[in-house]
Design a protein around this ligand. Structure first.
Ligand code: AMP
Length: 120
């Protein structure tokens, strides 16, 4: 799938739509999910046109891949969720119900998160 820069996260990166920012550096932007599913629910997105994890790791330069994942860790530390724990998740494609076609990881935290995945 090719990248469509009309997606909502591309608009956030261009400053066309506001976000509740948690962290930003040259490689990534982290902001609160608009429809939080846990007490802490933050999204981290790379600054570049990548649809998914596989697209990102295939096409992005090494500095961006490394910088992005460092930004995910930095975001978790700034959120203060490291001690009690958190879950990082990325949805890719139809079977995972990916809604926004700009690569992003979710950070869930703030309560016990239960089993890793729903059965059925
Ligand atoms: P996914 O299903 O992994 O693609 O998740 C997309 C996430 O983006 C959902 O959890 C949405 O609630 C979230 N989302 C959609 N639009 C916005 C927005 N404008 N600001 C923050 N989060 C958003």
């Amino acid at each position: 799938m090719s990248y469509d820069d009309g997606n909502v996260f591309a608009k956030i990166l261009r400053g066309e739509i506001p976000c509740s920012k948690v962290y930003e550096d040259d490689h990534a932007l982290a902001f609160h999910d608009i429809s939080a599913q846990t007490p802490v629910h933050v999204l981290v997105i790379p600054k570049g046109p990548y649809v998914s994890l596989d697209d990102f790791t295939e096409k992005a330069p090494e500095t961006l891949v490394a910088g992005f994942f460092r930004a995910v860790g930095e975001t978790a530390r700034r959120l203060g969720v490291v001690e009690n724990g958190y879950r990082m998740l990325t949805n890719t494609g139809r079977d995972a119900n990916q809604e926004v076609m700009h690569f992003h990881v979710h950070i869930f935290a703030g309560r016990p998160l239960g089993g890793m995945i729903k059965r059925g």
